[in-house]
Design a protein around this ligand. Structure first.
Ligand SMILES: Cc1ncc(COP(=O)(O)O)c(C=O)c1O
Length: 455
């Protein structure tokens, strides 16, 4: 007899995962090491120590430990909002008339509104353990800045957030939220750093980018005593923290006897997707499943689908270690897409290697098509999704409709990474038909590729 699957797949406190999952330990082709930008040799812990917290450096360089226990102080924080709901989308299945089963992991139930809090809590905890007094960071959509502000308030740290100018203008209430939690918010590029001043001198009307904001935040960290930089995506220790998403999904699916066929996630720098797929991908790498993994990115910032697999800088001012990744070039400034969290020129190195080795596929989708799906989802499932998350919704709906056409009964899981309450200007643009789609031309992409370092 088949078991009835409830709308919410619960995990008790005992069933909740207590370890992060390090996917790199299972990869035959490991992600290429970070390189020191001066020597072009693999970056060492000593190279990374002036910028990042000690434990994050250790995790960043660890390619071999499969499970990393989550410290009690972080587990305690997680208990306030985890496990995140894993929901069977019965309403959506019915509305689409699909034979597919659709599940989504809803990471938007905490106040910051997204999955970003999973890594923010870990990074603030480790900073406190290192005896630091302040942190600096960047934020695109504002979700990471909000998450860091919450985590720093909880663990007692000062925080400066450089917010990409276009997002700061589109989302004044993100600023208010971040300031409410006690952090300082600066619109980037700004006159408060050398890199910000240089970017403004070259291009005063720039809408900003995550690459610019990262440059400013790193400069702030290295010039301030007892301060380090924290990053909300791209790096492998961030993916590690986000593996709590996949760990919970795996535990719940195992409990209810569910085997996914397709797993879909939006991809900005890759943290939610990397975290969602981690335990499932490890089984695929061991030949234990044949799940189809799909990364969804905006057509306006197509790092996977049109980028180059090369060593590149993580920031516009070209100060970070070099990362081997699919990239559009650190000088690429995407158009003002409303999914600010997906406007990043590169992609995490682990996901890049898996994509290169064809374990992951990628799709680029236009903004208006994404909002068609977002509004449909909001009306049917009742949750107002973040624009970033809606990229995954769009492809989940496409896949479910394909099942309707073929009659296949696939099990689809997607990451609903956050809620869209602070994205109402984007929803208004969609409702007023003033939203447009920009797909960069090959010439525009060439300008970005020209900024790739020659190594
Ligand atoms: C709600 C939401 N989803 C997805 C992303 C994409 O980031 P990542 O690829 O690191 O998960 C962001 C980034 O800000 C976000 O805010």
């Amino acid at each position: 007899m088949t078991q009835h699957i409830p709308t919410r797949l619960y995990l008790s406190e005992e069933e909740q995962p207590k370890s992060w999952f390090n996917l790199r330990a299972f990869m035959k082709n490991k992600p290429a090491p970070l390189l020191h930008p001066g020597t072009l040799q693999p970056a060492t812990a000593a190279d990374l120590a002036p910028v990042f917290c000690t434990e994050c450096v250790k995790q960043e360089l660890d390619d071999s430990t499969p499970l990393i226990p989550i410290p009690d102080g972080i587990l305690e924080f997680y208990r306030a909002y985890r496990p995140a709901p894993l929901i069977r989308a019965y309403f959506l299945e019915r509305a689409l008339g699909t034979p597919a089963e659709i599940y989504y992991k809803h990471e938007g139930t905490n106040t910051s509104g997204s999955h970003k809090l999973n890594s923010a809590a870990a990074q603030a905890f480790y900073a406190k353990a290192d005896g630091l007094t302040s942190l600096s960071t960047e934020t695109g959509a504002g979700q990471w800045g909000s998450a860091m502000a919450m985590a720093c308030a909880f663990f007692g740290l000062d925080l400066t957030v450089y917010m990409v100018r276009v997002s700061a203008e589109q989302k004044p209430y993100r600023k208010a939220l971040i300031e409410t939690y006690g952090a300082q918010l600066i619109s980037s590029p700004s006159n408060t750093t050398d890199s910000g001043r240089k970017i403004l001198a070259d291009n005063p009307n720039t809408s900003g980018s995550l690459g610019c904001a990262i440059s400013e935040a790193i400069e702030k960290a290295v010039k301030t005593p007892k301060c380090r930089y924290v990053l909300g995506s791209v790096l492998n220790h961030v993916l590690l923290h986000q593996s709590i998403i996949g760990q919970e999904c795996k535990a719940a699916f195992d409990k209810y006897g569910i085997k996914p066929d397709v797993i879909i996630g939006s991809a900005g720098g890759g943290s939610n997707l990397g975290g969602l797929i981690a335990p499932f991908m490890s089984e695929k790498l061991q030949g234990k499943n044949d799940i189809q993994f799909i990364a969804v990115e905006p057509a306006s910032c197509p790092s996977f689908t049109r980028g180059k697999f090369a060593y590149d800088f993580g920031d516009t001012a070209q100060t970070t270690p070099l990362i081997k990744m699919y990239s559009l070039g650190s000088g690429f400034i995407p158009s003002a897409n409303h999914a600010g969290g997906l406007r990043y020129h590169g992609m995490n190195s682990t996901l890049s290697q898996l994509y290169h080795d064809k374990f992951i596929e990628a799709r680029a989708v236009t903004q208006t098509a994404v909002f068609d799906s977002a509004v449909k989802f909001a009306k049917i499932e009742g949750i107002l999704p973040a624009p970033e998350s809606s990229h995954a919704i769009k492809v989940a709906i496409d896949e479910a409709l394909e099942c309707k056409r073929t009659g296949e009964k696939k099990v689809i899981l997607f990451g609903l990474t956050g809620t869209g309450y602070f994205d109402m200007s984007a929803y208004s643009a969609y409702n007023n038909n003033t939203m447009s789609d920009h797909i960069p031309t090959d010439e525009e992409l060439e300008m970005g590729f020209a900024t790739l370092p020659k190594c």
